[in-house]
Design a protein around this ligand. Sequence first.
Ligand SMILES: NC(=O)c1ccc[n+]([C@@H]2O[C@H](COP(=O)([O-])OP(=O)(O)OC[C@H]3O[C@@H](n4cnc5c(N)ncnc54)[C@H](O)[C@@H]3O)[C@@H](O)[C@H]2O)c1
Length: 391
Amino acid sequence: MKKVRLGIIGVGNMGMQVAKHIVLGKECPEIELSAICDMYDSRIETAKEMFRDEGINYFSDPEEMMKSGVCDAVYIAVPHYDHPTLATKAFGYGLHVMLEKPAGVDTRSVRKMNEEAKKSGLKFGMMFQNRNAPVYKKVKNILDSGEFGEIRGVTWIVTNWYRSQAYYDSGSWRATWAGEGGGVLLNQCPHNLDLIQWLCGMPESIYAKCSVGQWHDIEVEDDVSAIFKYKNGALGTFITSTGMNPGTNRLEIATDKGTIILENASKLMVNELDRSLPEAANEMSGSPDSPKITTVAYTFPELKAEKHSITLNAFAGAILRNEKLIIDGEEGIKSLTLSNAMYLSDWTNSEISLPLNEELFLEELEKRKKISKHKDVKAVFVDAASLYQKK
Ligand SMILES: NC(=O)c1ccc[n+]([C@@H]2O[C@H](COP(=O)([O-])OP(=O)(O)OC[C@H]3O[C@@H](n4cnc5c(N)ncnc54)[C@H](O)[C@@H]3O)[C@@H](O)[C@H]2O)c1
């Protein structure tokens, strides 16, 4: 069987997990892990130890790996500022790209990356693996069927992203404007922001408050409340935090034909009216007759990490047989537009209309990068995943 020769750039938490899925878990039968690149020797040593005798080529410089001829494609799992730069370089070397979320830090550089991707004609996927989850696919199908009419409002409280100070201290780039480019909106929430726009579309404007270092000793935001305004006048509310434990994950979408409620990304409740609210409003003048509600409850398995492999397998299918990608890389700009707009709204204390003013965003980001400090941390490479839930 022909296989895609994949090079991983960045074998930290995420890159290493993916390498294990491919090599040890054998979850990607059409992918051969042909190369690993990391700028830190200790990471390379760990990988060599882990994947002995697997014939993997090791590099410390991504460009050396790209021009070595041992890869057909790269998976990029490094800090966010380098996402557009490395992806663009890879397209230049004729390599297909699977990019970790978020697409980048600012929409300007992501827009340029997208243009290069298009010109190259190569396959470009984004790792928004939660779109593979049956529960979100179900909600998407309900909304796309048109049977529920228009969306009247959406509320997503997603405060179950608790992170400890030890997590933030686990890498000098984390939670800094210069290293990471943002906080909860840029690290934890890209999945939620991708899903909210996938399910409900892009809003026309956004107003947000982002609290910086509210619950942690960090220079970026760890608590956010935002209001979205959609084209039809419907409002959306998005609330997130890494400072609450236990947190909540509740998505509620109100439509003309009832409400769709999703708890913890696994329990779905669909409350369907027997006729839509516009129909009922006409019929019900003065009468107590309310639309009847039918409730259907579904339980889905909790989200698991193996969806990375599903996304990678579709990427291999796209390269080998021109099959459809699960998420086109170019779509990554949408969730980033939402977070860029939230920052800009907070920074300027104003409602931001989309498309946002990219110049102003970059100017404001630059001010923060200038005074940003890379942290002096002892344990630069502790396993951040193991710290997610510690207090
Ligand atoms: N899809 C998901 O669910 C998910 C989950 C966690 C992290 N991520 C994303 O994965 C990416 C990496 O996060 P992480 O937690 O693994 O970070 P990490 O700090 O643990 O790992 C990053 C690795 O990249 C290496 N690196 C940095 N710049 C490099 C360069 N220019 N060339 C070569 N190597 C370089 C570092 O040495 C490090 O080993 C981020 O974009 C993050 O948002 C995605």
